[in-house]
Design a protein around this ligand. Structure first.
Ligand SMILES: [Zn+2]
Ligand SMILES: [Zn+2]
Length: 113
């Protein structure tokens, strides 16, 4: 159906070579003109901001896409707490309980655990 694209999307961005000064010289990102202290920093920035990776990690809760599993894991632990938002609600409830609890400390001490 679709004609084969002459240029695959992954070829749009290619990591630039280090400047003539070498990998320890300050580097400039040709895509967004940011400067980096060394090639390693530029490479990390490039992989983070510009590289189009085939492997995308998709959050099953909100369908956000991340390029690294670590980013997705961090996102989920922050946004979803490992479940479908139930824990988020629970945390809210717990916070309210804590406020109430401070007013009813005697009662709380009688509860198990
Ligand atoms: Zn850049
Ligand atoms: Zn998510």
């Amino acid at each position: 159906m679709h004609p084969a694209p002459s240029t695959p999307p992954s070829a749009m961005y290619q990591i630039p070579p280090p400047t003539a000064g070498g990998i320890n010289e300050p580097q400039e990102c040709p895509y967004c003109r940011r400067n980096f202290s060394c090639y390693y920093s530029l490479k990390r920035h490039f992989q983070d901001k510009h590289e189009q990776s085939d492997t995308l990690y998709v959050c099953e809760f909100c369908n956000r896409r991340y390029r690294t599993k670590n980013s997705l894991t961090t996102h989920k632990s922050l946004q979803h707490r490992g479940s479908s938002g139930m824990l988020k609600r629970l945390l809210k409830t717990t916070a309210i309980k804590n406020v109430l609890g401070s007013m009813q400390q005697a009662q709380m001490q009688q509860q198990p655990q």
